[in-house]
Design a protein around this ligand. Structure first.
Ligand SMILES: Cc1cc2nc3c(=O)[nH]c(=O)nc-3n(C[C@H](O)[C@H](O)[C@H](O)COP(=O)(O)OP(=O)(O)OC[C@H]3O[C@@H](n4cnc5c(N)ncnc54)[C@H](O)[C@@H]3O)c2cc1C
Ligand code: SF4
Ligand code: FES
Length: 383
């Protein structure tokens, strides 16, 4: 295994004649328009865009190169604007998300009537694909009947994003694998047959379950994890009419076709997510473990429902997130506690069983123990 490397994430810095430290004249070309600025050389591209040019498409999330909220293109190369000095972008073309919009208008999908969150007769829900993550999290029926869905949403991303992002978009978002996003790396998921740069690369956050020799990218959607626990189904509409997919079919493991991330075809749109009624889900939770609390993706998460009857466990349903190539329904773990007296010992056995097929790299091997402990804690917290 070669030494781990992190793909370039900051604009290459040209050698510059010394200027400053006081304000200097800088000309920036942003979204094909030239802007003359007077700024100190220490000002980041992100601050220049947001504070001086009032172009707020690039967000300030972590301000330290972790979250990706500030991403722009510099000469068509993905660049973290919080880690890039504005002065180094002179003579280069900066493109923000605003520069990608046609005529400055959001995509027409945003005008479709797909924002409703509806009750179903069986006590379940139907969530429109464009229902905002924050609206779903705050809906009374979600809070009362499906706390694990609410918690997964609230623990995901950050408030500005949750206020804008749709639930359908969250489900089909593409992987966060850094090699996938680095134009110079091999990445089977984007270019089939090109190889997988993450296998020998920086793969600390990558999957240990459901992996193949062709792809080890972690599934990115937080909310898909409780939805798999709940047997949710994805509704789509497209050239061949309406279709309904079980989540197992909607999120296939990568195998030797990692580029096929879900079965929807060109022109097919996710229109909603159906969540069947499950009374036991009133007592449920989602637990997410990450290096730090904010602006950080999880290393392991668990969504779980544990029905109890007189101290005996019913149909326990844990699912794992951030450790697998799909939202991972823990079917091996489901079998063990059924009918057993509730307690740590039986949960430990279930979690160990689930993680037996784990396949690790030196950088992500710690996730096996982390996922095991997270599952045990989540199940114990529900007792
Ligand atoms: C800094 C940062 C941190 C994040 N942290 C988290 C996190 O902690 N947890 C998490 O789960 N996610 C996280 N995300 C991902 C984020 O939640 C998703 O990018 C977002 O939910 C996508 O929703 P959207 O409505 O903006 O979709 P878009 O970005 O508009 O679309 C995403 C993709 O889905 C397609 N698409 C959108 N809607 C549909 C539809 N109805 N049918 C078919 N295809 C569709 C689009 O064409 C596009 O390819 C993070 C993202 C960022 C930038
Ligand atoms: S094949 Fe998968 S794990 Fe490998 S680089 Fe591409 S997305 Fe990442
Ligand atoms: S704000 Fe730049 S990476 Fe988070």
């Amino acid at each position: 295994m070669s030494a781990a490397r992190h793909p370039s994430r900051v604009a290459e810095t040209p050698v510059l004649p010394e200027r400053g430290p006081g304000p200097v004249k800088v000309t920036l070309t942003v979204n094909s328009t030239e802007h003359a600025l007077e700024i100190e050389p220490r000002v980041s591209l992100l601050d220049a865009l947001r504070e001086r040019l009032h172009l707020t498409g690039a967000k300030k999330g972590c301000d330290q190169g972790t979250c990706g909220a500030c991403t722009v293109w510099v000469d068509q190369r993905r660049t973290l604007s919080c880690l890039t000095l504005a002065i180094t972008c002179e003579g280069r073309e900066v493109t923000t998300v605003g520069g990608l919009a046609e005529d400055g208008e959001p995509h027409p999908i945003n005008n479709l009537p797909l924002t409703r969150i509806e009750d179903r007769p069986d006590g379940g829900l139907y969530i429109g694909a464009l229902a905002r993550m924050s609206d779903v999290a705050e809906a009374p029926m979600v809070r009362e009947r499906f706390p694990l869905v609410r918690e997964a949403l609230v623990l995901g991303a950050f408030a500005q994003l949750r206020n804008m992002a749709g639930t359908g978009g969250n489900m089909v978002q593409r992987t966060r694998c850094a090699s996938f996003r680095d134009a110079a790396s091999p990445r089977n998921k984007r270019e089939p047959g090109s190889g997988c740069g993450a296998l020998d690369g920086f793969n600390r956050g990558h999957a240990v379950l459901g992996v193949s020799d062709h792809c080890i990218a972690t599934h990115p959607s937080d909310v898909a994890v409780p939805l798999t626990t709940l047997d949710a189904r994805v509704h789509t509409e497209g050239p061949r009419g309406r279709r309904v997919y079980a989540l197992d079919d909607f999120f296939p493991e990568p195998g030797d076709t990692p580029h096929l991330e879900h079965p929807i075809e060109h022109g097919e749109l996710v229109v909603g997510i159906e969540v069947p009624g499950m009374p036991a889900a009133r007592t449920s939770l989602c637990l997410k473990v990450r290096d730090r609390e904010s602006y950080e993706f999880a290393l392991a998460s668990v969504a779980a429902v544990v029905p109890m009857n007189d101290g005996v466990i019913g149909d326990v349903r844990p699912a794992l997130g951030d450790v697998a190539t799909t939202p991972w329904r823990a079917r091996r773990a489901e079998k063990i506690p059924r009918g057993a007296p509730a307690g740590r010992e039986v949960f430990e056995r279930a979690a160990r069983e689930e993680l037996l097929p784990a396949r690790t790299t030196p950088l992500n091997a710690f996730k096996v123990e982390l996922a095991r402990r997270t599952m045990v804690r989540a199940l114990e917290d529900l007792l």
